[in-house]
Design a protein around this ligand. Structure first.
Ligand SMILES: [Mn+2]
Length: 196
């Protein structure tokens, strides 16, 4: 079973999550930020994961610590659930449209954390959520998971569409990258013999 339970408490956030990589898209999400809930619910559905996540954070300040710390916890949970990455496809990519928005996402579970992030988020907020926190979330995720991740906006004007398209693209890309290669289910997909 590729699952992970993770709990992290700091003075800024208290996060408890349960992840199943081989799930059916079921989620129970309560981050304290409506827009983040929306993104994580559709991430879970489009990735076919199961995710339960509760966060009590200091969002009387803003959603910064909540977004960043959820990225930390989710990145950690993916790394834990994948273990030594045996049998996974390792790579995933998609060009995903959402109305006028078009998002390229490509990922490699390389063990080398890297984020290339190129979205033009012209509106500073969607609802109460600061759009600059999207990058903070992905930065935190790659740092903890050892993922190489490229996110590039090819088209788009509506900020909600651009961000939502990005989370859907990320989900579909992760689903591919973590899929078990049935021809080589016991092999670590690297000539080095290790991905950590
Ligand atoms: Mn939406």
């Amino acid at each position: 079973m590729r699952t992970s339970q993770y709990k992290r408490t700091t003075t800024e956030t208290d996060i408890c999550l349960s992840l199943n990589l081989d799930g059916s898209g079921q989620s129970h999400i309560a981050t304290g930020c409506g827009f983040l809930d929306h993104m994580l619910i559709l991430f879970t559905r489009h990735g076919n994961f199961d995710l339960e996540l509760q966060c009590t954070g200091d969002n009387y300040i803003d959603d910064h610590h909540t977004a960043e710390d959820i990225g930390i916890c989710l990145g950690t949970a993916f790394a834990e659930a994948l273990g030594e990455m045996r049998g996974i496809q390792r790579y995933g990519h998609i060009i995903l449209p959402m109305d006028e928005a078009l998002i390229l996402c490509a990922a490699d579970f390389s063990g080398r954390s890297f984020l290339a992030f190129d979205l033009q988020l012209t509106r500073p907020k969607v609802g109460t959520f600061d759009t600059e926190l999207v990058e903070e979330f992905f930065l935190a995720f790659v740092r903890k998971s050892g993922l190489t991740l490229h996110i590039q906006q090819l088209a788009g004007r509506n900020t909600h569409h651009i961000i939502e398209g990005t989370f859907k693209a990320f989900a579909r890309t992760m689903a591919q990258a973590i899929q078990i290669d049935q021809a080589r289910p016991d092999q670590i997909p690297s000539t080095k013999g290790a991905l950590l």
